[in-house]
Write a protein that binds this ligand. Structure first.
Ligand code: MG
Ligand code: ZN
Length: 378
């Protein structure tokens, strides 16, 4: 009997012990979970591609009108940004680009300044300070709102001569875009070509030689003006963007040394097609811009240390693709000849690209780029 009781106690003990082992341990007793820390991958180079006015419909129209394919489809990370500005739910390109360049929500029309018109350093200027090579390419004038917001600080976007003069204050390594008149035919009489040349720039323009024919001196900075005022649309024969972007990438890569580079390329006229409520204009500009995107991806894949980001400042036109549309033949409409407040896609590839998935403010793109570069502090 005693043995039976003992056996019973032993069995009971064993039984009661078993669940103890299976019971989940207290957190403090659990060995450190084996979730690996995501290493912060630093980007040596950043290529920021801005399709002005390029909302989802612009992208969709470009894709369907291009045999149902775009290079944009190759990006592994896609996010959305909230494009509104500091004083309007519907942003303009100046406030939109200032959000990317300096991380500020500012008023429409502001170029590189905050709500109180105080200048804030841009990511391009910071990259310059840290010894990186930098560049700007656009299919608008180079003093237009989007490129201007990376290099200039003025209260109003139409202050084109002041913006051009700000190119003398930053040692941007390469710039290519329209607007020669703001450099050489100025109301203040200054000749910015001469001033740039004194600062070790090689300067040329469309009136002197085709971009493709320029023998670029890689020991100097380089500026090239593609037109007197606004460059033409693609449909009227403008064809420099792809060559300019490729040339700038290779130029900056050589000048970057081990420091890296920052390059912003804008497909400026997708927006102008939206303002004109002209679907063909949007599509032709979109397809050209997508070729630049393909080249940037090819470079980044080869290079392995380049972060490529593609986004827009805002959508333009309230553009829609309607019933009756077919692949290669779209029935479209517009709600406005201005911009809209819809969220805007962001595509990223390369080191740090995963940070661009999700939904965030347009200003967050600035911080994500700085983080990818490893820039510290304010
Ligand atoms: Mg623009
Ligand atoms: Zn616009």
């Amino acid at each position: 009997m005693r043995n039976i009781v003992l056996l019973f106690i032993l069995v009971l003990g064993a039984w009661s012990c078993t669940p103890k082992v299976e019971k989940p341990l207290m957190d403090s007793q659990v060995a450190a979970p084996s979730i690996p820390e995501i290493p912060v991958k630093k980007a040596k180079n950043i290529i920021l591609l801005i399709g002005d006015g390029m909302g989802l419909t612009q992208i969709t129209a470009g894709m369907y009108m291009n045999g149902n394919k775009l290079n944009l489809e190759k990006f592994p990370y896609v996010g959305l940004h909230k494009s509104y500005s500091g004083d309007n739910l519907v942003t303009d390109s100046a406030a939109g680009a200032t959000a990317f360049a300096s991380g500020l929500k500012t008023y429409n029309g502001a170029i590189g300044v905050d709500m109180d018109t105080v200048a804030h350093r841009t990511i391009l200027e910071e990259a310059e300070e840290k010894g990186l090579a930098t560049g700007l390419v656009a299919t608008s004038t180079i003093v237009h709102a989007t490129p201007a917001s990376f290099i200039a600080h003025v209260a109003k976007r139409k202050m084109y001569e002041e913006i051009a003069a700000d190119f003398l204050k930053t040692d941007v390594d390469i710039f290519i875009g329209g607007g020669k008149k703001y450099f050489t035919n100025r109301e203040d009489g200054r000749n910015l070509y001469e001033e740039l040349e004194k600062k070790n720039y090689q300067v040329s323009d469309f009136f002197t030689e085709e971009l493709q024919d320029v023998k670029i001196d890689e020991t100097k900075n380089f500026g090239y003006l593609t037109s007197e005022k606004d460059p033409l649309p693609v449909a009227q024969g403008r064809n420099y963007l792809q060559y300019a972007a490729k040339t700038s990438t290779n130029f900056l890569d050589k000048r970057a040394g081990d420091k890296g580079f920052f390059l912003m390329v804008e497909g400026s006229q997708i927006d102008w097609g939206g303002h004109a409520n002209n679907s063909d204009y949007i599509v032709t500009e979109m397809i050209e811009f997508d070729k630049v995107i393909g080249d940037a991806l090819d470079f980044a894949k080869q290079d392995g240390e380049t972060l490529v980001i593609v986004t827009a400042d805002h959508e333009t036109g309230g553009y829609a693709i309607n019933m009756g549309s077919k692949m290669d033949s779209l029935v479209t409409s517009f709600t406005t000849d201005y911009h809209t407040a819809v969220m805007i896609p962001v595509f990223a590839y390369g080191p740090g690209a995963e940070a661009f998935s999700g939904i965030y403010e347009n200003t967050a793109i600035y911080g994500k780029m700085r983080k990818a570069f490893g820039f510290q502090g304010e």
